[in-house]
Design a protein around this ligand. Structure first.
Ligand code: LLP
Length: 426
């Protein structure tokens, strides 16, 4: 739990605002974020690597709300984007193009052209086919594309299988031993400048030796590339640093950040490269909560279900990654705790938010799922025709709705019924 999200006189608060008061105003479910936590965590990450000329490019996929991005832009963050949509979001939040890197295994020609027209810092290339495409587009536009190539170092970060990206056998990057050929090919192509390497070995990594191993592989590669006459002047080490989803997360994360920074310094202090990092989760996860209301308590012969109004479409991490989010009542010690599965209204057995938890709650009570600031709202959908839920940004004693609840009318109005099917025939 972040220092800004805690009980005050028995009521769970984000900064100076009781979550129950937000629920009264915006209804449930909703997401709430602490601006102070986001600022503090970005500052801590930045400070840990300050002496390395490191550019911290926040990974928008973790939380793309324009208010959150504006906050990070003000703090000096760059952005890591993986689509034209994310690139436009970053620009709209005031993040300068020269602080934006574009990753992803499948950029379209349109996306590449847009990124080049904007003059972003770097495109992180993932295949020879993409390299050729970027060269063609840059030539047509009369610009030089700044590139790095994503290396798959074949290191197992020992995180969830669906969060593992730096092992061979995944779709990401090119094999370590193909990098020399890749650079040689790039040299022969017009309008590109390939002078960097990047990686991202996975997400929610708490096994820090995995970073140590991956970084060592990359440094070895930089030396090999330079020995072959190539320029390598920047390195992008991706994101991936894990957070604590239980207990005193901020204390534990401070220690982990210090360990990560030590590994980082060990490898990169004397490399004479500009360093780029792409943290997402570490900056925002524990700045956010997801608040939901208990609809029913449903005892069955096997177990008790707490049926809440939030569901897998709002917060898919438990269903998708077996993720653990701590569950806290908004009103401390309101009722005696029961052990239960917390499930939503969606018609799928995989729709659950927590399993086998001891939680104090009664019908009508409000519950908070902690650590929901990263990969929460961004991964939501309207499955079962459930409108997207609001996002709220708390700032001291105030809060703002930074994404209003989608209306059911707006949801229905997105679809178009062809004239021949319409009852009125018009
Ligand atoms: N850079 C690249 C190229 C990435 O693919 C990612 C995350 C990041 C940076 C940021 O990683 P972070 O610091 O947040 O770990 N939906 C999953 C997480 C998927 C991460 C995908 N890539 C979840 O809810 O756990």
């Amino acid at each position: 739990m972040s220092a800004d999200i805690r009980y005050v006189n028995g009521a769970l608060q984000v900064e100076g605002v009781a979550l129950a008061d937000i629920a009264t105003q915006v209804g449930t479910p909703f997401y709430a974020y602490s601006a102070a936590t986001i600022q503090r965590r970005f500052a801590a990450f930045h400070a840990a690597l300050a002496d390395l000329d490191a550019l911290i490019c926040f990974a928008l996929k973790a939380n793309g709300n324009q208010a959150v991005l504006s906050l990070l832009a003000q703090a000096g963050a760059g952005a890591e984007v993986v689509s034209e949509g994310e690139l436009r979001r970053a620009l709209a939040a005031g993040i300068a193009p020269e602080k934006i890197v574009f990753s992803g295994v499948g950029k379209s020609a349109g996306e590449v052209a847009f990124a080049l027209e904007q003059g972003i810092l770097c495109l992180n290339v993932e295949s020879l086919s993409e390299l050729q495409m970027i060269s063609d587009i840059a030539t047509r536009l009369g610009v030089t594309a700044r590139l790095s190539v994503r290396i798959n170092p074949d290191v197992d970060p020992k995180t969830h299988a669906k969060l593992t990206t730096g092992k061979s056998g995944t779709k990401f990057g090119i094999a370590w031993d193909q990098a020399l050929d890749f650079f040689a090919t790039a040299r022969a192509l017009p309008n590109i400048s390939l002078t960097g390497i990047d990686t991202h070995i996975g997400s929610q990594i708490t096994n820090l030796p995995a970073f140590d191993a991956a970084f060592a592989r990359l440094v070895e590669l930089v030396h090999a590339l330079r020995a072959a006459g190539h320029v390598v002047d920047h390195m992008d080490l991706g994101g991936g640093l894990g957070v604590a989803y239980q207990g005193d997360s901020e204390g534990e994360e401070t220690v982990r950040l210090a360990q990560y920074a030590t590994i980082f310094h060990k490898h990169f202090t004397d490399l004479d490269c500009r360093m780029i990092l792409e943290p997402g989760r570490f900056i925002v996860a524990n700045a956010g909560v997801f608040v939901t209301r208990v609809l029913h308590l449903k005892p069955t012969p096997e177990k008790t279900y707490v049926v809440v109004d939030g569901a897998m479409n709002d917060l898919i991490r438990p269903t998708m990654y077996d993720a653990h989010h701590a569950v806290l009542p908004l009103c401390e010690e309101a009722t005696a705790p029961i052990t239960a599965d917390i499930v939503g209204p969606v018609c799928e057995p995989g729709d659950f938010l927590a399993k086998g938890r001891k939680v104090a709650c009664a019908q009508g009570d409000l519950l908070a799922l902690m650590g929901a600031g990263a990969y929460g709202a961004v991964l939501s959908s309207t499955y079962n025709a459930r409108p997207l839920v609001p996002e709220v940004l708390v700032h001291g004693a105030d809060f703002d709705v930074v994404r209003p609840r989608q209306s059911i009318e707006a949801l229905i109005a997105q679809d178009r019924v062809p004239a021949w099917l319409r009852a009125d025939g018009k």
